[in-house]
Write a protein that binds this ligand. Structure first.
Ligand code: DAH
Length: 359
């Protein structure tokens, strides 16, 4: 430290001190690990309060002959130290820049990982199959609005206001005359009022009911409506059409059976059961041991509905059916809980990358 040698007045001790500074400088330079440390060393040696500056100040104590000699030695240090620090600084800056360039290096020729391709939703996969199946039999796909007039959703389907069948379909009313459609059947009413037979259509789409959410219910789900109107259409045609559909979707060993039922817009009406797709008819937990599973409602279009829609029931007859898309998708892929289909969980959806065709 400057004060240690401040009391030494002879040139020898200044020389010693300079030599010691040389060593200190060498050592400090060797230990430098950052540009900040280098700046600190520069200040310590050459700064206003640095060691060399302090030695300069001590020159006043020397004789007039000694002064220039020592001054030269000190100045020579100042220049040398400055050079050493500058060189070192440049080397460090260069190294730092090289390191940064290396780290920031971009290989523009490097191939990019391919973007992940999404999968088709199981409902869509099954709908595509259903559409394929029916268009193959000469049906046409027709769509209708989800926000529907009471007139089409209920009235033209023989469900007047205060009819008990309205209670079965917990309806979301927009106002007295407008609802969120509770089924896809209004599309048959719309088609019958605007087209002349022969009519062969399927109408897939989203429907709404103020339902609970559980493993088999959702307030938003999908149906596929079917309608055929022509001269001489019979219940046998209905059964054969549904049998073709069942075989196409689930395999050639699947059969259809009808159980009597009631819908205001069909007469007679039936629930159609299919051979249980899980046990193939032997009886299991899914079909509760019966070998049959209920999949859709159907029937012959009620003549009163034909009449209300402007079709002559004496000349024409027709059949209709309504399939719940989620139900047949769940059966197709063995999905146990309907909620899986709406949650968007990738682990579930990724399993449908490829449609697994069975049967
Ligand atoms: N619309 C009925 C429902 O949502 C399903 C249905 C039954 C449609 C029989 C039909 C039919 O076309 O003939 O519950």
């Amino acid at each position: 430290m400057p004060n240690e040698w401040a009391c030494k007045e002879d040139t020898m001790s200044i020389r010693d001190e300079l030599n010691r500074l040389d060593e200190e400088m060498e050592k400090a330079l060797g230990n430098l690990d950052s540009l900040t440390a280098l700046e600190a060393l520069r200040v310590m040696m050459l700064g206003k309060k640095g060691q060399l500056t302090a030695m300069m100040r001590m020159m006043g104590q020397l004789s007039a002959e000694e002064r220039p000699q020592m001054g030269q030695l000190i100045n020579e240090r100042r220049e040398r130290f400055t050079r050493m620090l500058d060189e070192r600084q440049q080397a460090m800056q260069k190294k730092e820049r090289e390191l940064r360039l290396q780290m920031e290096r971009l290989d523009v020729t490097e191939p990019k990982p391919l973007p992940e391709i999404g999968s088709v939703h199981p409902n869509t996969l099954v709908l595509n199959e259903v559409v394929d199946c029916f268009t193959g039999m000469g049906f046409e796909v027709v769509e209708g609005p989800e926000v529907e007039l009471d007139h089409f959703n209920f009235e033209l389907l023989n469900i007047p206001k205060n009819h008990p069948a309205r209670d079965a379909q917990d309806t979301f009313y927009i106002d007295d005359n407008v609802v969120l459609r509770t089924h896809t059947s209004p599309v048959q009413a719309r088609t019958m009022t605007t087209r002349k037979p022969p009519i062969r259509i399927i109408c897939p789409g989203r429907v709404y009911r103020a339902d609970e959410v559980d493993a088999t219910h959702s307030p938003v789900f999908h149906q596929i409506e079917g309608l055929v109107i022509d001269e001489g259409v019979s219940m046998g045609d209905l059964k054969a059409t549904l049998a073709a559909f069942a075989r196409r979707l689930y395999g050639s060993d699947i059969h259809v059976r009808f159980r009597p039922s009631f819908f205001p817009f069909t007469e007679p009406s039936a629930e159609a059961d299919l051979t249980c797709v899980s046990c193939r008819g032997k009886g299991c937990r899914i079909c509760k041991g019966t070998g049959w599973i209920e999949v859709l409602g159907c029937g012959m279009v009620n003549p009163h509905v034909l009449e209300m829609c402007g079709i002559d029931p004496k000349r024409y007859s027709g059949f209709a059916f309504g399939i719940g898309l989620e139900r047949i998708t769940m059966l197709r892929y063995g999905i146990k809980d309907m909620r899986l289909m709406y949650e968007g969980d990738l682990r579930f959806l990724r399993q449908f990358r490829e449609d697994v065709k069975e049967g």
